[in-house]
Design a protein around this ligand. Structure first.
Ligand SMILES: [Zn+2]
Length: 280
C-alpha cells in the first residue's frame, strides 16, 4: 500500500477540481516522487506500440529531504509529446514561467535535444528566460520535442520544467492553477479551454466545479443528465452575441452541461451571487 504525503493528495484534489473528474497519482519506483495525472493519459498512450508502462506525463511532485519540488514533466512518452508539441504556444509557455516564478527559488528546465539531454538551471529568472528565448530562435517546440535520434521509441526523451520549489504547500497548489495550460496541452484535441482562456482566467476566483444545479428553470432532461467531461468556463451570453469574458458573464460547467445549455442562458453572476436561468 502506497501512502503518499498529504500534499500529494492535495495536489490530486487540485488537478481533479480543474479537470472536473478524478485525477490519480502514480509513485515513481525507488524515489520519493509522484506523478499526478489523468487516467485518460494511459488510454492515449495505448496508441504507442512500444507498450512501455514507465512513461509518465503530468505534474511531478518530488520530495528531497526538507525541500519539495513540483515539476511539469513528460518522460519517455512519444505519443503525449506529440500532442503537447501540437498545442504548445511559446508566448503562453513563457508567461507561465514568469507567472509561477514567485513559487520557486530556482529555475530548471530539463529536455532532450537531438537525443542529448540538456539542463538549464539558474536562480535568476532573467537569465532563464533569455536562455529559453535563445532556444525559441530556432523554434522552441521543434528543438525540444524533436524526433529522437535514439529511434522511434522516444525512450530517453524527457521534458521537465520546475514550476515550484522551496515554497509551502499552498504555493504548490497555486502553481498548479497558474500553469494549468501546460496540462491541457497533453490532450490530443485542442482544449475547449483555449477558446475560453480569457473567461476561464477571469473566473479563477470561483471554484471550478460544474454549477449547473444553480441555474434556474432547468428542464427535466438536463437535471437528469449527469456531469461529464472537463469543467470549463461557459459564457452566459455567448461571445458571438457580444457577451463579455468577464466573471459576471461566466458559469463553470462540465463539458456536457455546457453543450446542453449553450446560447440558452440569461442573467449574470458575481463571486457570491448567482442569477442565471435557462431560457430554452
Ligand atoms: Zn455538469
Amino acid at each position: 500500500m502506497i501512502r503518499p504525503p498529504q500534499i500529494v493528495n492535495t495536489l490530486v484534489e487540485t488537478v481533479s477540481e480543474k479537470l472536473g473528474r478524478e485525477a490519480i497519482f502514480r509513485k515513481i519506483n525507488n524515489r520519493e516522487g509522484y506523478f499526478i495525472l489523468d487516467l485518460a493519459f494511459s488510454y492515449f498512450q495505448k496508441a504507442d506500440r512500444n507498450k512501455r508502462n514507465d512513461y509518465r506525463s503530468g505534474y511531478l511532485y518530488i520530495a528531497n529531504g526538507d525541500k519539495q519540488r513540483l515539476l511539469f514533466a513528460l518522460a519517455h512518452t512519444p505519443v503525449m509529446s506529440s500532442f503537447f508539441k501540437k498545442n504548445f504556444d511559446y508566448e503562453r509557455f513563457r508567461a507561465i514561467v514568469e507567472d509561477t516564478a514567485k513559487y520557486r527559488d530556482e529555475n530548471i528546465l530539463r529536455f532532450s535535444r537531438k537525443g542529448v539531454r540538456e539542463e538549464i538551471r539558474t536562480p535568476d529568472l532573467g537569465v532563464f528566460l533569455a536562455k529559453l528565448d535563445s532556444i525559441e530562435t530556432s523554434g522552441f517546440s521543434k528543438s525540444v520535442f524533436s524526433k529522437s535520434k535514439i529511434g522511434k521509441t522516444g525512450v530517453g526523451n524527457i521534458f521537465g520544467l520546475c514550476i515550484a520549489s522551496g515554497c509551502d504547500d499552498e504555493g504548490l497548489v497555486e502553481a498548479v492553477r497558474e500553469s494549468w495550460d501546460l496540462f491541457l496541452w497533453l490532450y490530443p484535441t485542442r482544449p475547449v479551454f483555449k477558446r475560453n482562456a480569457s473567461l476561464n482566467k477571469n473566473m479563477q476566483r470561483i471554484q471550478s466545479r460544474c454549477e449547473i444545479l444553480r441555474v434556474r428553470a432547468l428542464p427535466k432532461f438536463i437535471l437528469e443528465t449527469p456531469c461529464a467531461g472537463q469543467v470549463e468556463g461557459a459564457h452566459i451570453l455567448p461571445h458571438k452575441y457580444g457577451g463579455s469574458d468577464k466573471l459576471q458573464n461566466g458559469v463553470w460547467l462540465c463539458n456536457t452541461h455546457h453543450r446542453l445549455t449553450e446560447g440558452r442562458l440569461a442573467g449574470s453572476r458575481g463571486v457570491d451571487w448567482f442569477e442565471v436561468e435557462y431560457t430554452g
